[in-house]
Design a protein around this ligand. Structure first.
Ligand code: ZN
Length: 249
């Protein structure tokens, strides 16, 4: 319930940020699409994941990363669930990367001092290594991290993902991520969200278009909208030569 409430507050904020970007960013389409899937843990069935991957496979996605919670609520250690670990390993074989998404994902778990972050990173790495999985990327739960905590994460992971930027090999890249929210937005916000996605995709100055999807939001309607959105993205992805005519379809 808390998770849901937090999201509802987040929706208007995201839309506002998106609209700002729409109107103030110069035009130039991103050519690379990354899909970042949040919150995978043994508690989620693999059915949602498979349904999502089925949609992604129909499109030109350059990189798919599944951010896994290694011990959700300190209650679901991945290494104790052989089926889940085998599934993750199978994903990796299919070219889907596995990233770390915090440790227990409780509250603003990583919005802590560097010492506390160091301890949590240790626990997270430990849970993954017991499952014989070695994530090179990290996305903090709720996107929040202090500067001192970010420095700790950069020591342990090649890539740290945040909502507004990426840290790759300790260098910062301003590649904002976009929450895919149509399936969970109220009706009235839906057209605005869809419009913003299209415009941002067309206008983004970032060479990477990062789409964030939360596994808990996956249902038939969300998948249908995601499919439609990626179909639109495919057009721009392919027709980079002909940008001019596509900007005003
Ligand atoms: Zn999360």
């Amino acid at each position: 319930m808390m998770r849901k409430m937090w999201k509802w507050g987040f929706v208007p904020m995201t839309l506002f940020a998106m609209l700002l970007l729409v109107f103030f960013k110069p035009q130039s389409p991103a050519h690379i699409i990354w899909v970042e899937i949040h919150d995978f843990s043994p508690g989620y069935g693999t059915d949602e994941m498979e349904a999502l991957l089925l949609v992604l496979e129909r499109h030109q996605i350059d990189r798919t990363i599944v951010f896994v919670i290694p011990n959700r609520d300190e209650n679901e250690p991945i290494h104790e669930n052989t089926d889940f670990v085998e599934y993750l390993q199978g994903l990796q074989e299919r070219g889907v990367e596995v990233g770390a998404h915090g440790y227990s994902h409780s509250g603003f778990e990583f919005y802590k001092s560097s010492n506390e972050v160091e301890t949590l990173v240790g626990k997270s790495l430990d849970a993954f290594s017991k499952a014989d999985i070695y994530p090179r990327s990290f996305y903090p739960p709720r996107y929040l991290i202090k500067k001192e905590g970010l420095e700790v994460l950069s020591e342990h992971y090649d890539e740290v993902f945040l909502l507004n930027k990426l840290i790759i090999d300790k260098r910062t890249y301003l590649y904002p991520a976009y929450e895919f929210i149509p399936g969970m937005t109220p009706r009235v916000l839906k057209p605005i969200a869809n419009y913003a996605y299209k415009k941002i995709y067309i206008r983004s100055t970032s060479p990477v278009f990062r789409v964030n999807i939360h596994l808990g939001d996956i249902d038939a309607e969300t998948l249908k909208e995601l499919d439609e959105f990626l179909t639109l993205a495919d057009r721009y992805h392919m027709d980079t030569e002909d940008i001019q005519s596509l900007q005003n379809p």
